[in-house]
Design a protein. Sequence first.
Length: 126
Amino acid sequence: MDRVKIEMEFIFRASPTILYKFLTTPSNLIRWFCDEVDISGEIYTFVWEGSEEVATMIDDIEDERIRFKWEDADSDEEFLEFRMMRSPVTGETILEITDYCDDDEVSDQRQLWESQIKMLRQEAGG
């Protein structure tokens, strides 16, 4: 099965600073992303329905970018990245997500992210 890179973009009224907190702090991550999370230095252990996934934060630029490398990734090239930037025209925050999945799961993965981002919008105030 081939792995493919997917990129999505979402617009938020919330500032990059607020979104950054929702992407990096346990109390905020459990509000939209996972059931539980344990952070030990750069190691994040996420739990969904009793199943653990471990990721290392490999890049962190406050209020701008977070990049995780999954411990069980199929390739060293794969990562999960969140980028935040202000639109120079509207002043809104643009959240770009880069993720990887099997080529036959692209639609499902996009739907999952749409659902997760809907929850993030509700929690972060838009």
